[in-house]
Design a binder for this molecule. Structure first.
Ligand SMILES: *[C@@H]1O[C@H](CO)[C@@H](O)[C@H](O)[C@H]1NC(C)=O
Ligand SMILES: *[C@@H]1O[C@H](CO)[C@@H](O)[C@H](O)[C@H]1NC(C)=O
Length: 435
């Protein structure tokens, strides 16, 4: 072989390596992701549940052992996919300036964040809770959490109720006599006596069945015989958090989308900033809402530990957003295209992404304005009739007081509302409905 051809072979090989090393998708600058917690125990078991509480040694509503592993594996996946690309060190340090993690206030989400970190930094799983302090998982108390809140705001509740009564998906269940009978039969079997059936309790039965089946626990005959319809109802009731209406989606996920877009913009303005990963540990409803906000929800309840991933990439001087959905650990994450922003062949340019997200974005203060005044008195949202009744009671009290005053002072007085009468009602310790 002549020296010149040898040279050209070497040149060819090294050129090839160069090409190979340059990521055709562009240089990865920032990764943002929200994920659902791992496998969990039911929120509660029903009175006559033969699969007792003791089947869930880590507690009801908590992650199971498998849940720890799910979150750990997700962390591992993130390290494998992004650790080197983002030039991170695989050494756990609390409150890293490069990796920002946040959880909802719910324990299973906090635990999932903790096990995620353990997997990401390759710590021994059994030592995770020793090596990582739960204090290092930041969260905002539920009632103040505008970013990942699950107890929906009363305005949102009202919109959802309206949506439920008009949605086609619910026609099948609403006002259907066979379904009513079935709800009643199952609810009696479970040991409840409410008439009509308390759908809140019914949701918890379905939830227990869902969790127990994932752990191959036996089910009563009436459940086995009606499993498909029961799970379809359960799927639908979860799903109504999803592609409901643009207004509901905005309230539920707008502040998070705004925060994500802000983090992306900060990185673009200051490429040398240390931000590399933003992670949010949350629930299926958060994942569904973000996917819906992105216009990408596939109408399937997100499995445990599924993650929506946003990658900020740079090709020459242009920035692009890649949206990925990791809902199955046995395959690569699915690339999703955001409507109005790229498609399978065209990349989603950051400017287009921001334009597409404009209709979803909402500032924290705007959400506060929509939700907080009533959040403080949650009981008021129990029924639409509560407000008129409260006003009537207040007026009645004023009237009685003024009569007493009149009798005491023997002269007429105008009844006046006392602001102290509107004592803020305690914010209840709501048992979360989200899974
Ligand atoms: C409910 O959703 C799960 C995915 O979360 C799916 O596997 C199952 O087939 C659905 N069941 C029904 C009856 O729709
Ligand atoms: C994951 O998402 C893809 C894309 O929407 C879908 O085809 C697939 O069925 C989903 N898998 C699971 C387990 O939810």
């Amino acid at each position: 072989m002549k020296a010149s051809s040898l040279l050209s072979v070497i040149f060819f090989l090294s050129f090839n390596t160069l090409i190979y090393n340059a990521d055709p998708e562009g240089e990865l600058k920032l990764v943002l992701a929200i994920f659902r917690h791992g496998d969990r125990a039911p929120i509660g078991i029903y009175p006559k549940d033969d699969n007792g509480k003791d089947k869930w040694p880590l507690g009801l509503g908590q992650l199971t052992q498998k849940g720890h592993q799910d979150a750990y594996d997700l962390g591992k996946f993130f390290w494998t996919r992004y650790g080197k690309q983002l030039k991170l060190k695989q050494v756990y340090k609390a409150n890293s300036p490069e990796l920002h993690i946040r959880s909802t206030s719910i324990n299973r989400a906090k635990q999932s964040a903790l096990y995620f970190l353990a997997g990401f930094y390759n710590l021994v799983i059994d030592k995770a809770e020793e090596l990582i302090s739960p204090d290092h998982i930041p969260f905002t108390p539920e009632s103040q959490d505008q970013l990942l809140s699950m107890t929906s705001c009363p305005k949102e509740e009202e919109l959802r109720r309206n949506y439920l009564t008009t949605s086609k998906k619910f026609k099948k269940f609403n006002g259907n006599n066979d379904m009513k009978m079935l709800f009643q039969t199952i609810s009696r079997m479970a040991g409840y006596r409410d008439d009509p059936v308390d759908m809140g309790k019914f949701g918890k039965i379905a939830d227990a069945v869902y969790c127990e089946l994932k752990h191959n626990m036996p089910q009563p005959d009436v459940i086995k015989q009606n499993l498909d319809i029961l799970m379809e109802w359960f799927n639908t009731s979860r799903r109504y958090y999803g592609p409901s209406t643009p207004e509901i989606i905005r309230i539920k996920t707008g502040p998070l989308v705004s925060k994500m877009v802000q983090s992306i913009e900060n990185k673009v303005t200051d490429p040398d900033s240390r931000d590399k990963l933003f992670l949010y540990s949350a629930h299926d409803t958060n994942v569904i809402s973000l996917l819906s906000g992105l216009g990408c929800f596939n109408d399937i309840q997100p499995p445990y530990s599924s993650a929506v991933i946003l990658e900020l990439r740079k090709v020459e001087a242009m920035y692009y957003i890649h949206v990925l959905y990791r809902n199955d650990s046995s395959v690569d994450p699915y690339p999703f295209s955001v409507p109005g922003c790229g498609d399978e062949n065209k990349k989603c340019a950051l400017s287009d992404f921001k334009r597409a997200m404009n209709k979803v974005m909402m500032s924290v203060t705007e959400r506060e304005k929509i939700c907080v005044p009533i959040i403080k008195s949650k009981a008021l949202s129990l029924s639409d009739n509560v407000i008129p009744i409260t006003i009537a009671v207040v007026l009645l009290v004023c009237l009685v007081l003024s009569i007493i005053m009149y009798r005491i002072y023997k002269r007429p007085r105008k009844p006046r509302g006392d602001p102290m009468m509107y004592r803020p009602l305690a914010y209840g310790d709501d048992d979360d409905e989200d899974v």
